[in-house]
Write a protein that binds this ligand. Sequence first.
Ligand SMILES: Nc1ncnc2c1ncn2[C@@H]1O[C@H](COP(=O)(O)OP(=O)(O)O)[C@@H](O)[C@H]1O
Ligand SMILES: N[C@@H](CCOP(=O)(O)O)C(=O)O
Length: 324
Amino acid sequence: MGIQGGKVRVKVPGSTANLGPGFDTLGMALDLYTWIEMSTAAQTSIHLLGSGMEGIPTDKSNLIYKVAQMVFDKAGVTHPELEISMYSDIPLTRGLGSSAAAIVGALACANALIGSPLSDDTLFQMSTALEHHPDNVGASLFGGLVVAFWDGERAEYIRVEPNEQLEVLVAIPHFQLSTEKARHVLPREQSLTNAVFNVGHSSVLVAALCTGRLDMIPRAMKDALHQPYRAPLVPGLAHILAEATNHGALGVALSGAGPTMLTLVDRSSSRKAELEQFLQGTLQAEGIEATLMWLNPASHGVQVLTHFDEGCTLFENIKGDVRT
Ligand SMILES: Nc1ncnc2c1ncn2[C@@H]1O[C@H](COP(=O)(O)OP(=O)(O)O)[C@@H](O)[C@H]1O
Ligand SMILES: N[C@@H](CCOP(=O)(O)O)C(=O)O
């Protein structure tokens, strides 16, 4: 198979993984996006647009370049040199799924560049094998709420449309916490009590989200497997987990591996300002600067953009759509 010409652009949502008790299994796409553009070129070049990409390599060790090569390998296509541009509104290393979005975006973009020989399921299996967390990549790939597992060989998922009443308020601390570091603090073994606690809470949370029982979220969205161990890494987290539902949140969790904290809020709640003050006040008391952001669940997963002006740069094309 050969490479087709032209530029390909994709838009891929970030995500929150774990969603309380759903450790490594329950993710939701959020309306924060990464855009990636790819075309073949005489020589490989990688352009990082916007701010916040400090430290991302622009040579062939770049994650997006490397993932694209895996697509060409899988499809049996000779590796072309690539021109890649990317822009992201998803803050890096904060628990909002930037790496999953980069992986899913790179897979979708490279696949589209060669005429889409790989199925969505193949992209899901490849992205899970790379990221190891099917909830993050599943949400970026399929959008909505993704309930998933990975047995080390195959990942399976069911996508659920998020309830329209759900809105999300995140508190994003101004420090980075890599997933790798936040996984190292977790015990290798857990008690049966903790396992039963999470299975029960996660099962009821998924049932509540599927049936619109928003009243059940405050009691179901609790975790014993990872949040207690990660709390020392995020000053203020323990208090926020314990008290946010008393200040207008339906549910509260560490987003992914943190440090971002996520609250689910009823869209028609009259207590949004109270919740903002509680989150900001708690973090300030701990000396932590943070940005609060209202987000929505994103229904669409990664999209290959078909209508754009090839004469404009990626940033010129998307600037009406980005957050900054
Ligand atoms: N657009 C991107 N291009 C290349 N690498 C990226 C991109 N986005 C994220 N990454 C890589 O993923 C890392 C962050 O992954 P991780 O620690 O899992 O945090 P999170 O996924 O929660 O933001 C970054 O430090 C960077 O190495
Ligand atoms: N289940 C993973 C989730 C990591 O998500 P990220 O957005 O922080 O990369 C974990 O909790 O380790």
